[in-house]
Design a protein around this ligand. Structure first.
Ligand code: SF4
Length: 182
Protein backbone atom coordinates (compact mmCIF):
# COMPACT_ATOMS: atom_id res chain seq x y z
CA UNK A 1 0.00 0.00 0.00
CA UNK A 2 1.29 3.45 -0.90
CA UNK A 3 0.90 6.11 1.77
CA UNK A 4 1.79 9.28 -0.13
CA UNK A 5 1.07 10.30 -3.68
CA UNK A 6 4.20 10.86 -5.73
CA UNK A 7 3.32 14.23 -7.28
CA UNK A 8 6.06 14.09 -9.91
CA UNK A 9 4.82 10.72 -11.16
CA UNK A 10 1.22 11.98 -11.07
CA UNK A 11 2.12 15.06 -13.10
CA UNK A 12 3.92 12.90 -15.66
CA UNK A 13 0.82 10.77 -15.90
CA UNK A 14 -1.69 13.60 -16.28
CA UNK A 15 0.45 15.35 -18.88
CA UNK A 16 -1.02 12.83 -21.36
CA UNK A 17 -4.55 14.06 -20.65
CA UNK A 18 -6.46 17.31 -21.09
CA UNK A 19 -6.70 17.99 -17.37
CA UNK A 20 -7.19 21.71 -17.03
CA UNK A 21 -6.49 22.14 -13.31
CA UNK A 22 -6.14 19.87 -10.32
CA UNK A 23 -5.73 20.08 -6.57
CA UNK A 24 -4.88 17.48 -3.95
CA UNK A 25 -7.35 17.95 -1.11
CA UNK A 26 -7.58 16.57 2.41
CA UNK A 27 -11.02 15.07 2.82
CA UNK A 28 -11.19 16.42 6.38
CA UNK A 29 -11.42 19.91 4.79
CA UNK A 30 -14.42 18.99 2.61
CA UNK A 31 -17.93 19.87 3.63
CA UNK A 32 -21.00 17.98 2.58
CA UNK A 33 -24.29 19.82 2.46
CA UNK A 34 -27.84 18.61 2.46
CA UNK A 35 -28.87 21.62 0.33
CA UNK A 36 -27.03 20.10 -2.65
CA UNK A 37 -29.10 16.95 -2.41
CA UNK A 38 -32.26 19.01 -2.07
CA UNK A 39 -31.41 20.52 -5.46
CA UNK A 40 -30.97 16.96 -6.81
CA UNK A 41 -34.38 16.04 -5.47
CA UNK A 42 -36.17 19.14 -6.66
CA UNK A 43 -34.46 19.89 -9.94
CA UNK A 44 -32.91 16.76 -11.42
CA UNK A 45 -35.02 14.38 -13.44
CA UNK A 46 -32.52 11.58 -12.69
CA UNK A 47 -33.15 11.74 -8.93
CA UNK A 48 -34.15 8.29 -7.68
CA UNK A 49 -33.54 6.66 -11.05
CA UNK A 50 -29.97 5.32 -10.81
CA UNK A 51 -27.56 3.79 -8.32
CA UNK A 52 -25.39 6.89 -8.82
CA UNK A 53 -28.00 9.29 -7.40
CA UNK A 54 -29.73 9.90 -4.09
CA UNK A 55 -31.43 8.17 -2.41
CA UNK A 56 -29.63 5.03 -3.71
CA UNK A 57 -26.19 6.34 -2.68
CA UNK A 58 -27.31 6.34 0.98
CA UNK A 59 -28.02 9.01 3.55
CA UNK A 60 -25.96 12.17 3.65
CA UNK A 61 -24.23 10.82 6.78
CA UNK A 62 -23.32 7.58 4.98
CA UNK A 63 -21.97 9.61 2.05
CA UNK A 64 -19.94 11.82 4.39
CA UNK A 65 -18.50 8.77 6.19
CA UNK A 66 -17.60 7.25 2.82
CA UNK A 67 -15.77 10.45 1.83
CA UNK A 68 -13.88 10.79 5.13
CA UNK A 69 -12.77 7.15 4.97
CA UNK A 70 -10.36 8.25 2.24
CA UNK A 71 -7.76 10.67 3.53
CA UNK A 72 -7.12 12.60 0.34
CA UNK A 73 -8.66 13.38 -3.01
CA UNK A 74 -7.57 14.51 -6.43
CA UNK A 75 -10.07 17.15 -7.54
CA UNK A 76 -9.71 18.13 -11.17
CA UNK A 77 -11.36 19.69 -14.17
CA UNK A 78 -11.18 19.04 -17.89
CA UNK A 79 -12.21 21.44 -20.58
CA UNK A 80 -14.34 20.73 -23.62
CA UNK A 81 -15.39 22.96 -26.48
CA UNK A 82 -18.76 22.86 -28.16
CA UNK A 83 -20.13 24.77 -31.12
CA UNK A 84 -23.13 26.02 -29.13
CA UNK A 85 -23.14 26.17 -25.32
CA UNK A 86 -26.97 26.20 -25.32
CA UNK A 87 -27.12 22.82 -27.05
CA UNK A 88 -27.56 20.45 -24.10
CA UNK A 89 -27.15 17.31 -26.23
CA UNK A 90 -23.82 18.48 -27.62
CA UNK A 91 -22.71 19.52 -24.14
CA UNK A 92 -23.55 16.14 -22.64
CA UNK A 93 -21.71 14.35 -25.43
CA UNK A 94 -18.45 15.90 -24.24
CA UNK A 95 -18.99 14.29 -20.85
CA UNK A 96 -17.92 10.80 -22.03
CA UNK A 97 -14.33 11.93 -22.60
CA UNK A 98 -14.24 13.41 -19.10
CA UNK A 99 -15.61 10.18 -17.62
CA UNK A 100 -12.88 8.20 -19.43
CA UNK A 101 -10.30 10.60 -18.09
CA UNK A 102 -11.71 10.18 -14.59
CA UNK A 103 -11.50 6.39 -14.91
CA UNK A 104 -7.88 6.74 -16.06
CA UNK A 105 -6.97 8.90 -13.03
CA UNK A 106 -8.52 6.32 -10.68
CA UNK A 107 -6.68 3.50 -12.49
CA UNK A 108 -3.39 5.36 -12.10
CA UNK A 109 -3.96 5.79 -8.35
CA UNK A 110 -4.85 2.10 -8.00
CA UNK A 111 -1.64 1.15 -9.84
CA UNK A 112 0.23 3.30 -7.32
CA UNK A 113 -1.19 1.12 -4.52
CA UNK A 114 -4.10 3.27 -3.36
CA UNK A 115 -7.69 2.32 -2.67
CA UNK A 116 -9.95 4.73 -4.54
CA UNK A 117 -13.51 5.95 -4.71
CA UNK A 118 -14.67 8.17 -7.54
CA UNK A 119 -17.26 10.93 -7.64
CA UNK A 120 -17.90 12.52 -10.99
CA UNK A 121 -20.36 14.36 -13.19
CA UNK A 122 -24.10 13.89 -13.58
CA UNK A 123 -25.75 10.53 -13.00
CA UNK A 124 -24.64 7.20 -14.44
CA UNK A 125 -25.83 6.39 -17.96
CA UNK A 126 -23.76 3.30 -18.72
CA UNK A 127 -26.87 1.12 -19.08
CA UNK A 128 -29.85 2.12 -21.15
CA UNK A 129 -32.05 1.55 -18.11
CA UNK A 130 -30.51 1.44 -14.66
CA UNK A 131 -30.89 -1.80 -12.70
CA UNK A 132 -31.99 0.38 -9.76
CA UNK A 133 -35.37 0.82 -11.43
CA UNK A 134 -35.81 -2.96 -11.36
CA UNK A 135 -34.68 -3.43 -7.78
CA UNK A 136 -31.50 -5.16 -8.98
CA UNK A 137 -27.85 -4.52 -8.04
CA UNK A 138 -25.70 -2.26 -10.19
CA UNK A 139 -24.41 -4.15 -13.23
CA UNK A 140 -21.05 -2.33 -13.37
CA UNK A 141 -20.15 -1.24 -9.83
CA UNK A 142 -16.48 -0.91 -10.79
CA UNK A 143 -17.26 1.48 -13.67
CA UNK A 144 -20.09 3.50 -12.17
CA UNK A 145 -19.25 6.90 -10.63
CA UNK A 146 -21.82 8.56 -8.35
CA UNK A 147 -22.00 12.27 -9.04
CA UNK A 148 -20.34 14.77 -6.71
CA UNK A 149 -23.71 16.34 -5.88
CA UNK A 150 -25.16 12.98 -4.80
CA UNK A 151 -22.68 13.04 -1.91
CA UNK A 152 -23.48 16.63 -0.97
CA UNK A 153 -20.18 18.00 -2.31
CA UNK A 154 -20.37 21.71 -3.16
CA UNK A 155 -18.18 21.96 -6.26
CA UNK A 156 -18.43 25.76 -6.53
CA UNK A 157 -17.13 26.18 -2.96
CA UNK A 158 -14.09 23.99 -3.58
CA UNK A 159 -13.37 25.83 -6.81
CA UNK A 160 -13.58 29.18 -5.06
CA UNK A 161 -11.50 28.12 -2.08
CA UNK A 162 -8.85 26.56 -4.29
CA UNK A 163 -8.86 29.53 -6.67
CA UNK A 164 -9.66 27.39 -9.67
CA UNK A 165 -11.64 28.36 -12.76
CA UNK A 166 -15.35 27.55 -12.67
CA UNK A 167 -16.29 28.96 -16.02
CA UNK A 168 -14.08 29.85 -18.95
CA UNK A 169 -16.85 31.56 -20.90
CA UNK A 170 -17.55 31.28 -24.61
CA UNK A 171 -18.50 27.83 -25.84
CA UNK A 172 -16.37 25.98 -23.33
CA UNK A 173 -17.42 23.61 -20.58
CA UNK A 174 -15.50 22.63 -17.50
CA UNK A 175 -16.26 19.19 -16.09
CA UNK A 176 -15.20 18.30 -12.54
CA UNK A 177 -14.38 15.02 -10.82
CA UNK A 178 -12.92 13.89 -7.57
CA UNK A 179 -11.01 10.67 -7.03
CA UNK A 180 -10.68 9.94 -3.33
CA UNK A 181 -7.73 7.79 -2.28
CA UNK A 182 -6.03 6.29 0.74
S1 SF4 B 1 -23.81 0.87 -14.36
FE1 SF4 B 1 -25.92 0.50 -15.04
S2 SF4 B 1 -26.90 -0.39 -13.22
FE2 SF4 B 1 -25.03 0.59 -12.48
S3 SF4 B 1 -25.64 2.69 -11.88
FE3 SF4 B 1 -24.95 2.78 -14.01
S4 SF4 B 1 -26.81 2.61 -15.22
FE4 SF4 B 1 -27.28 1.83 -13.14
Amino acid sequence: MADKLNIERFEDFIAQYPIFEYRILNTSDLTVEDRVRIVCQQECERYGSTWACPPAVGTLKECEDRIRKYGQAVFFSSVAEVSDIMNMQEMLETRDAHEELTTAVAAFLKEQGFETFTLSTESCDICEECAYLHGQPCRHPDRMHPCLESHGVVVSEIVEKEQMEYNLGGNTILWFSMVLFQ
